[in-house]
Design a protein around this ligand. Sequence first.
Ligand code: IPM
Ligand code: MG
Length: 369
Amino acid sequence: MPNPSLLILPGDGIGPEVMAEVRKVIDWFSSSRGLTFDVAEDLVGGIAYDTHGTPLTDETMALAQSVDAVLLGAVGGPKYDELDFSVKPERGLLRLRKEMDLFANLRPAQCFDALADFSSLKREVIAGLDIMIVRELTSGIYFGEPRGITDDNEGGRVGVNTQRYTTREIRRVARAAFDLARKRSNRVCSMEKANVMESGVLWREEVQKLHDEDYSDVELSHMYADAGAMQLVRAPNQFDVIVTDNLFGDLLSDAAAMLTGSLGMLPSASLGAPMENGRPKALYEPVHGSAPDIAGSGKANPIACILSFAMALRYSFDRGEDADLLEGAVEDVLANGLRTADLLGEQGTSSVSTSEMGDAIVAAMDARR
Ligand code: IPM
Ligand code: MG
């Protein structure tokens, strides 16, 4: 069997710093667990634009299509604010998602016990939190046509985006959510705005139909996305799996992320259809962005990116035990009081750097082995 292959795209801002820590983890698995990856590295986002005039070259796109999994750091930064939409750093990421057809975006929001007091919500509200948001990632208003900015014929302009979902697009992401729920607490809450949007009506009907056909053992509920946002901050523990569209998923997953205390903790997996070798098309990335304000200062929290690699072990490489080991090591370092700057509450403990955190996680894996 050839080694599994990875394409690493560190990207912009804190992306390269956090990815350097993932590299340590990858190296550890090679030297200590006999799990060696063939690793390629390339450019995406602003740095690709600076080098090649495009946020993702065709060569990099082809490479992404050819590997078993892509690991991405972050894209974007204020330097690129004025660029035309077609070459903005974010377009590189969106192109990867679209062309790899990564329709199911898994965003877990888990509260680590050691950080429960760090949430903006009370400990009793978020303790034990374990939600999985499944966000549709390749359609909806992010990609719908028509789109654009044109003249409105009254001397002004008009900006247009289109929310559009087909039966097939709704069913395949709902199927992913139901399958995940079966491995968790067996509950799915579907969120849309069926009270005002036709695409929301279709969403609700198709999710319900699929449920009744193939997943009647899973508990399904529906919520309007605004009410869902409210419930998410009121009583987040009522949820197990939430399935929702691209835009609502973008918003709800940021809110859910903050419940856990820090955006710097949350990984994500974006999965598509199975490839010839049975592995799904896959891209793994932290939910946090490029954080240009702290880039280069050694303050970034590498945990979200490291936990994204744990998701790769689990969902792409069927190495659940290795994923558990890595996630356990992260829990250990947090329980031992190690904190990057984003995790310092009012307690005023001192913080460790990005690379000290990475080293500590690797040491904790050694200790657990
Ligand atoms: C995310 C981000 C992206 C999105 C941006 C960077 C294009 O906010 O992954 O949540 O809007 O999907
Ligand atoms: Mg977002």
